[in-house]
Ligand binder design. Structure first.
Ligand SMILES: [Zn+2]
Length: 397
C-alpha cells in the first residue's frame, strides 16, 4: 500500500510538475499527513526535492513546492540500427548524462556479434553511471523490428536480417547483473514515446511519429497512449504498399512506402553508388550534411531527389493523417535532417490529400538520431516510477 502511494506521488510530481504538499494531497486524494510522510521518504530516496515556495495557489497556504529530483538514478537505452549502435543514459528528469555512438555494419554480422557490441556499449554506459554516482536501474534495447516485448524476442527485423533472436535473454546472460531490468521494444515505438515525453511537442496526446532511416518506421500515440495492436506489431507504416509492383523491399514484398522514401531510395536518386554520400562506413550525419550542402548549392540531381521523396512522404503521411487525425506529425531520422528541403513538397501533397480541414501540424524532431535510445532509457526508468523503493534510502538526518 505504502509502495503504491509512493509511486502515485512520484508519478504525479513528474507528470504534473512542481507543487506543494497540500496540492498533491488534494489532487491525489491522499490525506495531507500521508503526503508529508511519503514526500519525506521520496526525498530520502533522492527522487524528489524541495523546490521554490509556491505562492498564491488555490489550495491552502503558500508552501514549499516539491519537485522531481532523481539525478542519482539512470535508465539506459541502446539502439541497434543498420549501421550503428547508440547508447543514451537519462536521469529521472530525462536529462542526458551519457551518450555514445559506434559505427557498426550490423547486416554483415551474426546477431551474437551484434549483441556482444551492444553489451560492450552497455558496460561503458554502466561505467559512466558509476563515475557520476548514478544507480542504473535498467536497460531497454531499441530494434527496427517486430518485437515480442513480453518474451523479449526480436521476431523479425528485415533490415538487420534477424529472425526470432532472444535479445533480452542474450543480453541478460552477457551482462549478468542482478536486479537490473532488461527489455526490448520496436525503435519507432520508443522514439514516439520519447517525443511524447521530451520532444518539442511533448505532451501532445495525439501524435504520430515517422522516422526515415534505412527503414521507415512509425509510432502512433492515441490519447496519450502508444497504439500497439493485438500482437504488439502496429506501426509498420514503412510497409504500406503505396506502389504495388514497384521496387523490392527488405521485407520481401514490392512497392512498400519504404522503397519510395527510405534512405536507400533517396541516395539512389540523389547520387551515383560510388559517391561518398552512399558510403556506409562514413558517419550518417556527415553524409546527410553533404546532401544538404549540395541542395543548398542548387545541385539539380539532389534537389529533384528531395522533391520526389518529399512528395512520396506527403502521400503516405496523408493516409496516416486521414486515419488517425493526429494533432502533430513529428518527422525524425533523416526526414528531420533534410526537413528544410523535404517539407515544401511534402506539405503540398499532404494538404492536397487530407480530407479534414486544418490538417495537423508537421514538426521536425529535435531529438536527432538518439530518439529511440532516449525512449528506451525513459522506459527503463519506469521501473522506479512503478516502485520507488527500488532506490535505496540515504538516511539523511
Ligand atoms: Zn516492405
Amino acid at each position: 500500500m505504502r509502495r503504491s502511494n509512493l509511486a502515485l506521488v512520484l508519478r504525479h510530481v513528474r507528470d504534473a510538475g512542481p507543487r506543494s504538499r497540500a496540492r498533491i494531497a488534494v489532487e491525489t486524494g491522499l490525506n495531507r499527513g500521508t503526503v508529508s510522510s511519503l514526500v519525506a521518504e521520496l526525498i530520502d530516496r533522492g527522487l524528489v526535492r524541495e523546490g521554490v515556495v509556491e505562492r498564491g495557489g488555490s489550495v491552502g497556504r503558500p508552501g514549499q513546492a516539491v519537485e522531481l529530483d532523481g539525478r542519482g538514478i539512470g535508465g539506459i537505452g541502446v539502439e541497434i540500427n543498420v549501421d550503428y549502435v547508440t547508447a543514451v543514459v537519462l536521469d529521472l528528469t530525462d536529462a542526458v548524462v551519457f551518450e555514445h555512438r559506434v559505427a557498426l555494419d550490423v547486416q554483415a554480422l551474426p546477431a551474437d556479434a551484434v549483441l556482444d557490441a551492444v553489451t560492450e556499449l552497455a558496460i561503458r554506459a554502466l561505467a559512466a553511471c558509476d563515475e557520476q554516482d548514478i544507480t542504473a536501474v535498467g536497460l531497454t534495447l531499441a530494434v527496427p523490428a517486430l518485437v515480442d516485448t513480453d518474451d523479449g524476442v526480436v521476431a523479425f527485423a528485415p533490415n538487420l536480417h534477424w529472425k526470432d533472436v532472444d535479445a533480452v535473454g542474450g543480453l541478460r546472460r552477457r551482462l549478468d547483473r542482478k536486479g537490473f531490468a532488461v527489455q526490448v521494444d520496436n525503435d519507432a515505438n520508443l522514439a514516439a514515446l520519447a517525443e511524447f515525453a521530451m520532444g518539442s511537442r511533448a505532451g501532445t496526446a495525439d501524435l504520430v511519429y515517422l522516422t526515415g532511416e534505412t527503414g521507415v518506421g512509425g509510432g502512433v500515440m492515441v490519447d496519450g497512449r502508444l497504439l500497439r495492436g493485438a500482437a504488439g506489431f502496429s506501426g509498420e507504416i514503412g510497409h504500406m504498399p503505396l506502389n504495388p509492383g514497384g521496387d523490392l523491399c527488405g521485407c520481401g514484398r514490392r512497392g512498400c512506402w519504404e522503397t519510395m522514401v527510405g534512405l536507400a531510395a533517396l541516395l539512389r536518386m540523389a547520387a551515383t553508388p560510388d559517391d561518398p554520400v552512399c558510403d556506409p562506413s562514413l558517419d550518417l550525419e556527415q553524409r546527410l550534411k553533404m546532401l544538404s550542402d549540395r541542395a543548398g548549392a542548387g545541385d539539380p540531381r539532389v534537389l529533384d531527389a528531395l522533391t520526389l521523396v518529399g512528395e512520396a512522404l506527403g502521400l503516405g503521411a496523408s493516409i496516416l493523417v486521414n486515419v488517425f487525425n493526429p494533432r502533430v506529425l513529428v518527422l525524425g531520422g533523416y526526414f528531420a535532417s533534410l526537413g528544410d528541403h523535404l517539407l515544401g513538397p511534402m506539405l503540398a501533397e499532404l494538404h492536397a490529400r487530407v480530407i479534414a480541414p486544418d490538417a495537423c501540424e508537421v514538426a521536425l524532431s529535435t531529438l536527432g538520431f538518439t530518439a529511440a535510445a532516449r525512449g528506451g532509457a525513459h522506459v527503463a526508468l519506469e521501473a522506479v516510477l512503478d516502485d520507488p523503493t527500488l532506490v535505496a534510502l540515504r538516511h539523511t538526518p
